[in-house]
Design a binder for this molecule. Sequence first.
Ligand code: S3P
Length: 180
Amino acid sequence: MKRIFLIGFMGAGKTSVGVCLSKNMGLTFVDLDHYIESRYLKSVQQLFTEKGEPGFREIEQKMLREVATFEDVIISTGGGTPCFFDNMEFMKAHGTTVYLKVSVPELTNRLEICKGTRPLLKDKNKEELMDYIRETLLKRKNNYEQADVVFEAEAMETDTDVLSIANALEKILHYGSDRR
Ligand code: S3P
C-alpha cells in the first residue's frame, strides 16, 4: 500500500507534479484543498472569509485525517498544512512525505500570475508578495524539511519539466533515497 503526501509552499507545483506522478505510479490523486471544497461545498476563499484562518486550519486538520484513510493515493496538501497542529508528524506516521522545494524568487514569479485565487496573497503587490513569501517560507521551512524526501523543483515551466520531475520522484519513491 502506498500513501504519498506532497508538501511545499503555494506555487511549488504540488498539484501538477501530483497528477503526473499518480498517472505514472497508477495511484489515485487527491488534492486536499479540492477535497475540502467538495466536503464543505464552499471554496477555500469562502471558508477563509467566513471562519478566518484559524477556522480554516481546523477544517484542514480534520480533512487531512479523512484523506489519510485512503490507500494507494497521492495527496497534494495545502502550503500551510504541514505547519499547523501536529499535521507534519501525522503525515509522516501515515505515509511518505515529499517536499517540493522552490526558491523565493521563483515562487514569487509563479505566484504573481495566479495569486488571485489564494486568500493569503490576493491583495499583495509584487514587492509585498516577495516579502511575504520570504518571511513565511522562513517560518515554515523547519516543518517542510522534516519530509522523508526533499526534492528541488525549481525548473517547472513546461509539461516536459513536470514529467521529468515526476519521473525522477517515481524512481526515488520506488528505490529509496538518502533524502536529497
Ligand atoms: C495555503 C495554501 C493553499 C490553501 C490556502 C492556504 C497556505 O493551498 O490551502 O489558501 O497557507 O500556504 P496551495 O498550496 O495548494 O495553494
